[in-house]
Unconditional design. Structure first.
Ligand code: WQD
Length: 338
C-alpha cells in the first residue's frame, strides 16, 4: 500500500519506515523537523535502498496536506507527528492541544478531502493514568493526568467518532508503553534534542560521557526495589506493530485501541544493571526524590494485539540495551555528528 507517515523522520517513525518498506509498502514522509533532522531520511534510504518520498511541512497546514494527498494518493496514514514531552505539556498546554489535537483534526479533514479512510494513530499508555489494576488491558479506565496524555485521549475520541461516521473507515489506536532501543545497523536511534526526559537515552548519554550521572527519581515506590517499574518495548517491535496494524486496517473498520507492550516490566535499577552489562562499564547514579506525576508501575496486557493483529514483541531486555549502546557509542552526538 501507499502509506503516508506523518512525523516519519522521528525516532519511531524512521524505524517504522524501514519495516514498512521491508514488507513492500511505498512510503511518504511529512515532517516539519521540529524534533528530527533530514539526515534521518538519508540513513533510512541508505539502509533500505528504497524510495522515500518526503515533504517538509506541519501537519496543521491544510494546503501542504492537500499537496501531499494529491501527489502521493495515500491508501493509509500512520500519524506520528506530535509533541511528546510530558513536563513541557504542563507548561505549554495550548501548544500541545494545538499540535496534537488540532493537528489530528487537520489531518482528518485532509484525508476526507482525499477519500483516504485508514489511519494508524500513535497513542500512548499514558491515557490510562494511575492504574486501577495491572497489567492494563484496553478496558482499563482512561484517566490521563498530564496534558500530553489528555491530548492523546482526545485524539483517540475524535478518531473513534470519525470512524463511526462512515462504516468504511478504520482507525487503529496503538497505545505504546515505553519505546527504547535502536535499529540493528546502529545507523538510526533515539536522539533527544535537549536533555533527555526519558530513562534510556539519559543512561546512554551517561555511558558515552555526555552526562555526569543518572538521577534516579524516587526509591520509595511500592515496587520490589523501590524504583519505578515500566514495560519497555524495543522500537523495532513497536515499528512492526504498525505494519501489522496496516494489514489489520485493510480488512477491519471502526476504531479500536491496542496495547503495544511486552507484558514484562523492569525497574529503573534493572535498566541500569542491564545497560552496564551492555556497555561493560558502571553507570554513575544519584538517588533523588520522585519526579512529579510519575506512576509507580506500568505493565501492558498485550493479549488483544497478539490475538487480533498477530503481533508480539520478540526483543528482550538485553537486545534493548545492547542496541541502544551500539547506536549511542557509534553516534555519541546523535545525528549532529554526521
Ligand atoms: C521511566 C522511568 C522514571 C528519567 C513517558 C511518557 C510516555 C512516553 C515515554 C512519549 C520512571 C525513571 C526517568 C530519569 C529516572 N512518552 N527515570 N531518571 O515517564 O514512563 O513515560 O515517556 O511517547 O507516554 O509518559 O518514561 O523514561 O521518563 O521514565 O529515574 O532521568 O524511569 O521515574 O520510573 P515514562 P521515562
Amino acid at each position: 500500500m501507499r502509506v503516508l507517515v506523518t512525523g516519519g523522520a522521528g525516532y519511531i517513525g524512521s524505524h517504522t519506515l524501514l519495516e514498512l518498506m521491508a514488507q513492500g509498502h511505498e512510503v511518504c514522509v511529512l515532517d516539519n523537523y521540529s524534533n528530527a533532522t533530514p539526515e534521518v531520511l538519508n540513513r533510512v534510504r541508505a539502509l533500505s535502498n528504497g524510495l522515500v518520498h518526503d515533504y517538509i511541512g506541519d501537519v496543521r497546514d491544510a494546503a501542504k496536506l492537500d499537496e501531499v494527498m494529491q501527489d502521493f494518493q495515500p491508501e493509509a496514514v500512520i500519524h506520528f507527528a506530535g509533541l511528546k514531552a510530558v513536563g513541557e505539556s504542563q507548561e505549554k498546554p495550548l501548544l500541545y492541544y494545538d499540535v496534537n489535537v488540532s493537528g489530528t483534526l487537520a489531518l482528518l479533514h485532509a484525508m476526507e478531502r482525499a477519500n483516504c479512510k485508514r489511519l494508524i494513530f500513535s497513542s500512548s499508555a499514558t491515557v490510562y493514568g494511575e492504574p486501577v489494576y495491572l497489567p492494563y488491558d484496553e478496558a482499563h479506565p482512561t484517566n490521563p493526568t498530564s496534558v500530553y496524555g489528555k491530548t492523546k485521549l482526545i485524539a483517540e475520541q475524535i478518531l473513534t467518532d470519525w470512524a463511526a461516521a462512515d462504516s468504511t473507515r478504520a482507525a487503529v489506536l496503538l497505545r505504546y508503553f515505553n519505546p527504547v532501543g535502536a535499529h540493528a545497523s546502529a545507523q538510526i536511534g533515539e536522539d533527544p534534542k535537549d536533555i533527555p526526559n526519558n530513562l534510556m537515552p539519559f543512561i546512554a548519554q551517561v555511558a558515552v560521557g555526555k552526562r555526569e550521572a543518572l538521577q534516579i527519581f524516587g526509591d520509595d515506590y511500592d515496587t520490589p526495589d523501590g524504583t519505578g517499574l515500566r514495560d519497555y518495548i524495543h522500537v523495532v517491535d513497536l515499528a512492526r506493530a504498525h505494519v501489522a496494524a496496516i494489514a489489520y486496517a485493510e480488512q477491519a473498520t471502526g476504531a479500536r485501541p491496542f496495547n503495544i507492550g511486552t507484558g514484562q516490566s523492569y525497574s529503573v535499577r534493572d535498566m541500569v544493571a542491564a545497560f552496564e552489562r551492555a556497555c561493560g562499564a558502571a553507570i554513575k547514579t544519584q538517588q533523588v526524590g520522585r519526579r512529579e506525576g510519575d506512576i509507580a508501575a506500568m505493565q501492558a496486557d498485550a493479549t488483544r494485539a497478539n490475538a487480533e493483529l498477530g503481533w508480539k514483541a520478540t526483543h528482550d531486555l538485553d537486545a534493548m540495551t545492547a542496541s541502544t549502546w551500539a547506536w549511542q557509542s557509534a553516534n555519541p552526538d546523535g545525528y549532529d555528528g554526521s
